[in-house]
Design a binder for this molecule. Structure first.
Ligand SMILES: *Cc1c(COP(=O)(O)O)cnc(C)c1O
Length: 399
């Protein structure tokens, strides 16, 4: 059996690569019917009926009054940052996708990176407090891997210092905290509907908020400063979502509770399959949070597993299980921020570094079957059983 591990010279146990982040494709017939309607109407973009419906559906899912759908989440973040008038510095976790930082920097706001609570991977409010200066105008939380951030403590901190509070919720549609849906926290939140995200519209994003004035400013800016009218009221750009994207998004969202069930099933199967594998621990939500299970994340304790995270990831990859190790390195170790550590990371971020070095994301979603989950678990067990040989083989391959 050990010789069968690809990393030890065997053949890969998956003939075809098993990806993480293969798109969840919703009901094709309903998606195509909606695209056909858009073509028949010859209404392809700009406030069409499909985008309107998608905005209503997303607002309902988030439990808020306003939603402005856009071409992607990065541009939606930029539009929101501008509409909210953020300036100076904004505190955000380093443990996030680079877009959370880049969108601030792109808008001329300095991202200041904060450490995390290792248990959740989310921004630590006590550490955030230490980074607030007279230049700070806001906090950008992230619901990492779909786990809602500590929203009560962050709201209290923002209130105390008169800061705006926003969330990059790219991972977290369908998650909730104390029964309240993600999308309804802070001054506004931003979803991503990129192809590899939980709900997808090929590419897409949205700002959701209960703040009517903010929603109006966002709506204006996302269409050349004109909103849906013809009078230009401000500087603006073109960030609109197309009807084809909304057709996919509506169908994808209709499928959300089913998708959560499928992913929860995979999560539970991984939990069972890995329960007695030493040093490989599946990350679980806090009791007050429900998550969409978009990501299955395991933490590798090298001492207990006898194999490190990097060797485990390399061995899985050799076996055609294309895992990911996001978010390692953290944003503060990435260009351009790494060049100005005093500006962007004035305090050390030991928990960001530690968690980043231990995590692996495993395949899930509706492109993955239960049998494949079982085989990935068996493979991980096999790798851990032969930890020493695997570590040596990976080291040799690296030289
Ligand atoms: C994917 C992602 C984004 C960017 O979303 P796009 O729609 O691809 O622009 C932003 N933040 C986080 C945390 C993400 O995972």
């Amino acid at each position: 059996m050990p010789a069968e591990l690809a990393v030890l010279g065997g053949t890969p146990s998956f003939d075809e690569p098993l990806h993480i982040g293969r798109p969840n494709v919703p009901d094709e017939r309903r998606t195509m019917a909606r695209i056909q309607q858009a073509l028949d109407r010859r209404w392809l973009t700009a406030f069409g009926p499909l985008v309107k419906q998608f905005e209503r559906d997303i607002a309902a899912a988030a439990g808020v009054k306003h939603c402005v759908a856009m071409c992607n989440a990065s541009v939606a973040l930029q539009v929101l940052i501008r509409a909210a008038g953020l300036r100076g510095e904004v505190v955000l976790p380093s443990f996030t996708f680079i877009a959370t930082a880049h969108t601030l920097q792109w808008e001329g706001v300095t991202p200041v990176f904060c450490d995390i609570d290792e248990k959740t991977g989310n921004l630590d409010p006590a550490h955030a407090r230490r980074l607030i200066t007279e230049r700070t105008t806001g906090i950008m939380g992230v619901h990492l891997w779909g786990h809602p951030a500590p929203t009560e403590d962050l709201a209290a901190l923002a209130d105390e210092h008169g800061l705006r509070l926003f969330y990059d919720s790219a991972h977290a549609i369908g998650s909730s905290r104390y029964g309240r849906p993600v999308g309804s926290f802070g001054d506004a939140e931003v979803f991503s509907f990129h192809a590899t995200k939980f709900i997808n519209s090929f590419e897409g994003g949205a700002v959701v908020t209960d703040d009517e004035e903010l929603a109006e400013r966002v709506r204006a800016i996302h269409n050349y400063g004109r909103g849906e009218g013809s009078v230009v009221s401000s500087l603006g750009t073109n960030a609109k979502m197309t009807e084809v994207a909304a057709a996919m998004g509506i169908t994808s969202l209709e499928n959300m509770s089913h998708l959560i069930d499928v992913n929860r099933g995979h999560h539970n199967r991984y939990a069972e399959g890995l329960a007695d594998v030493p040093g490989v621990v599946l990350r679980e939500p806090l009791p007050e949070n429900t998550i969409n299970h978009q990501y299955v994340v395991v933490e590798v304790d090298e001492r207990a597993a006898g194999v490190g995270r990097d060797a485990l990831a390399a061995a899985l990859t050799a076996d055609n299980v294309l895992v990911r190790t996001h978010f390692d390195p953290g944003c503060h170790r990435t260009e351009p921020y790494v060049r100005a550590p005093r500006r962007h990371a004035p305090l050390p971020l030991p928990r960001t570094e530690a968690l980043g070095s231990r995590v692996v994301m495993l395949p899930t979603g509706n492109a993955v079957g239960s049998a494949e989950v079982d085989r990935v678990c068996a493979l991980i067990r096999e790798i851990v059983d032969h930890g020493e040989a695997v570590t040596a083989a990976v080291a040799a391959a690296g030289n």
